[in-house]
Design a protein around this ligand. Structure first.
Ligand code: NAD
Ligand code: ZN
Length: 353
């Protein structure tokens, strides 16, 4: 098979590999729609390790099954499927602790483009097909559906980690595609005032469409001051970090109310610790603030639930697609866009007609 990936740290290109072997509970798909993720850029240029040499990248995909293992119950060759980015084997005891993302160790639930080959290829192997695949509804556009596999589940997980409740005030820091989906997820979870921190015009427009009530721009001055002004000095019940740096965390804990939650869904590759300010926490870090970071949930039921939200017309993640490409040969160009992040980019897709 042929795939696009990291040859060694800092060098990407096409890789030729033996065709994947379909185990009894696996399935193999040809791609219908693919999207590169910011995390693929982290994997190619910032992270390293033996698992990231000659590794096909990609974990956002919609496919058509071309092979199905002998023990697969619910899927057949020819089915069009939504393939979550997080596809555990579902066979470790930690599943019973609710930790499918880390079933066999930290982030082991996401094998695509990390511990095994990813989906930017012509033959995608999915483990535990019955537990991981969801049927693509006939009336759901594959390019919209591919936004569910990672961006929507991750952004919505931000709202879950921050425990957004009816009437909560929420601030989403960073409104790339992950942050935009955190805005949409917070709105659906019942946020009242919903602040989004970002500047790119297309992202700002979409953040408002997804439910942001206030836009905060670093260009207008300190984010901390602006959020405190916009909330009458109260701060917010929930902060979701979906972009930024160390300073972002300093601000996030500062604007979080006592008793509130800070959730991180950004992947940090270049810093080794966070700066948590005590000065904003009622003294001695006694402010009952919580901090959680997490990898997006995957698996079949998660996909089916998110698909039902899209089908009910409550959110359209396809609105984030700004660049469309056709054919395998365009994968490098789509990937390069994610590296360069031009101002008009939110999310590219590659459609395999
Ligand atoms: P992106 O680069 O498109 O968006 C990040 C946004 O943050 C940008 O708009 C950027 O301008 C903004 N930003 C940068 N510095 C900021 C600051 N100081 N304050 C506020 N905003 C700031 O990236 P994306 O595709 O939306 O992905 C965001 C992150 O989510 C990436 O690190 C990605 O690897 C990660 N991710 C995590 C998971 C998960 O499971 N937790 C899944 C997918 C992606
Ligand atoms: Zn991703």
């Amino acid at each position: 098979m042929k795939g696009f990936g990291v040859i060694k740290k800092g060098t990407v290109g096409w890789l030729e590999k033996p065709d994947p072997i379909c185990g009894p509970s696996d399935a193999i798909a040809r791609p219908i729609a693919l999207a590169p993720c910011t995390s693929d850029v982290h994997s190619a240029y910032e992270m390293e390790g033996p698992h990231l040499i000659n590794r096909i990248l990609g974990h956002e995909s919609i496919g058509e099954l071309i092979e199905v293992g002998s023990e697969v119950r619910d899927f057949q060759i020819g089915d069009r499927v939504v393939i979550p980015c997080t596809t555990p084997s579902w066979s470790y005891p930690s599943i019973q602790d609710g930790m499918h993302q880390h079933e066999a160790g930290l982030v082991s639930g996401i094998n695509f483009s990390s511990y095994e080959d990813g989906t930017l290829c012509d033959r995608i192997k999915i483990r535990s097909a019955d537990m991981n695949l969801a049927m693509l509804p006939a009336n759901l556009n594959p390019e919209t559906a591919v936004m569910i596999t990672d961006m929507m589940t991750t952004g919505f997980h931000g709202a879950e980690l921050a425990e957004v409740k009816f009437g909560d005030s929420v601030c989403v820091m960073g409104i790339g595609p992950v942050g935009l989906m955190a805005v949409a997820g917070s709105a659906l979870s019942g946020a009242g005032q919903l602040l989004a921190v970002g500047t790119r015009p297309d992202c700002v427009t979409l953040a408002k469409e997804y439910g942001a009530t206030d836009i905060i721009s670093y260009k207008e001055g300190s984010i901390y001051d602006q959020v405190m002004d916009a909330t009458d000095g109260n701060g917010v019940d929930a902060v979701i970090v979906a972009g930024g740096d160390l300073e972002t965390f300093y601000t996030a804990f500062g604007i979080c109310k006592n008793g509130g939650h800070v959730a991180n869904i950004n992947v940090f590759t270049e810093i080794t610790s966070f700066n948590i300010p005590i000065e904003h926490s009622g003294g001695g870090w006694m402010g009952h603030k919580t901090f959680r970071g997490g990898l997006c949930p995957g698996g079949r039921r998660r996909m089916e639930r998110l698909i039902s939200i899209v089908q009910a017309g409550r959110v359209d993640p396809g609105r984030m697609i700004t660049h469309r490409f056709h054919g395998m040969d365009s994968i490098p160009e789509a990937f390069q866009l994610m590296v360069e992040k031009p101002r008009d980019l939110i999310k590219p897709v590659v459609i395999l007609d």
